[in-house]
Design a protein around this ligand. Structure first.
Ligand code: NAD
Ligand SMILES: O=C(O)C(=O)C[C@@H](O)[C@H](O)[C@H](O)COP(=O)(O)O
Ligand code: ZN
Length: 373
């Protein structure tokens, strides 16, 4: 699992999960380096899964680097967007695999953002009851979060990521140079998940993000490299202790209880995942304040850093007639809910997060305040 790429300028973060351990390799230009793809499970065929936006930019380059390792390099191009994180899209992958008579050793390569990564991972978990897969994330969000940790899923109209599996990749290859072509709105969306790691785990990292927000938004290579590496280190530390979210891992869901309600309530794709999480973190911090865990200055701090990332901080109205009711009913379906009680990830202002229920009335006040503030 530990390949010596250190001389070649590749940063490595290890996800320590016993026999499911793997490396996250981080460097600019990895996509074009065949040596970065050595040491993976042997197979006669590889299948690159990507989408119609990413394929024209990166598909042939990845194919070139895989060619020395596999007799056949196949590909399937999915439609682009959160609204396509569905059964139908999943089936396109199975159609391609079966249509090419792929066997159970075939290695899937997820080339793209979090949507491609989540759908490909789920396909890998299910095809012939499990084939190896590799994450090649090309968005900031995917490099700092979604490619790492083995959560794979598709959406249901009633809730985000409701159908899926925990299934770890064999490796994650973050080519920082792919971030050069990312639209600005997507870069901001990725910054939401970077910001998340500060209040839940590392206040010094939050300080660093605040100081370096300008550099990050200008895509300064060193700033982005640090943001990706530190985010992956924090996620590796959490996932290494609680792979299947029996407790600690839920802290990675900070901002997501409100955020997922926004995504589902607005219709998948209207708000980007990172935008909903950014706004959701402001709402969860407001709730933390109402539960006596942080002061208003901390709420303003989180709001300011989310806004500085270019993300929305005003929550959308999901239902003009009963907005609070609509938020609450969507959030009651959240995967962290227990016996119908919503459990929120709250923060205490010192770099720690905790899970807590809250009275509907208090949550309602936060929703009202966030939709007009
Ligand atoms: N599994 C997890 O742990 C986890 C964690 C966080 C988010 N997610 C999921 O990830 C998804 C969001 O991921 P995302 O923000 O990457 O969105 P995305 O996958 O939709 O990608 C964003 C957009 O950027 C395009 N794109 C990708 N790479 C590009 C590049 N290098 N240059 C130009 N365009 C590029 C994509 O085609 C898409 O249009 C959500 O579905 C979310 O639920 C999963
Ligand atoms: O890896 C995790 O654990 C996370 O919660 C990371 C989140 O950023 C991500 O959006 C995840 O997909 C949400 O998980 P879910 O279990 O709430 O669907
Ligand atoms: Zn997320």
């Amino acid at each position: 699992m530990h390949r010596d790429l250190s001389l070649l300028g590749v940063e490595q973060v290890v996800i320590d999960l016993g026999d499911r351990s793997y490396c996250i390799d981080i460097a600019a230009g990895l996509l074009d380096r065949a040596d970065a793809f050595s040491g993976l499970p042997s197979a006669s065929a590889a299948m690159i899964v990507t989408n119609e936006t990413v394929a024209p930019i990166y598909l042939e380059r990845l194919r070139g680097s895989l060619a020395p390792h596999y007799r056949t390099v196949l590909h399937v191009v999915l439609p682009d967007g959160e609204s396509f994180k569905t059964w139908d899209t999943l089936n396109l992958i199975f159609d391609a695999l079966l249509g090419a008579a792929c066997d159970r050793k075939t290695v899937l390569f997820a080339l793209g953002g979090g949507v491609v990564g989540d759908v490909t991972g789920f396909a890998a978990a299910a095809f012939m009851r499990g084939v190896p897969f590799v994450q090649v994330p090309t968005t900031l969000l995917a490099q700092v979060d979604s490619s790492v940790g083995g959560k794979t899923a598709i959406n249901h109209p009633l809730g985000k990521n409701m159908i899926g599996a925990f299934y770890q990749p064999q490796r994650v290859l973050c080519d920082l140079a792919t971030l050069d072509t990312l639209p600005e709105r997507e870069l901001s969306a990725g910054l939401a998940e970077v910001i998340k790691y500060g209040p839940i785990a590392d206040m010094a990292f939050l300080d660093w993000i605040e100081r370096n927000m300008g550099a990050l938004r200008k895509r300064d290579p060193q700033a982005l490299a640090h943001a990706v590496k530190r985010s992956c280190q924090i996620k590796a530390e959490v996932v290494g202790q609680d792979e299947r979210e029996s407790g600690l891992r839920a802290i990675l869901n900070f901002g997501h209880t409100f955020g997922h309600a926004i995504e589902a309530g607005m219709g998948y794709g209207a708000w980007l995942h990172g935008e909903a999480v950014g706004c959701g973190m402001v709402m969860a911090t407001r709730l933390s304040a109402r539960m006596g865990l942080v002061d208003n200055a901390f709420v303003e701090r989180i709001k300011a850093v989310v806004e500085a990332a270019g993300l929305p901080v005003h929550a959308p109205v999901l239902d003009g007639a009963d907005n609070v009711g609509r938020y609450l009913s969507l959030m009651k379906l959240d995967k962290k809910s227990e016996a119908g009680e919503i459990r929120f990830v709250l923060v205490d202002g010192s770099g720690r997060a905790l899970m807590k229920g809250a009275p509907d009335a208090v949550v309602g006040e936060v929703i009202v305040e966030s939709c007009v503030a």
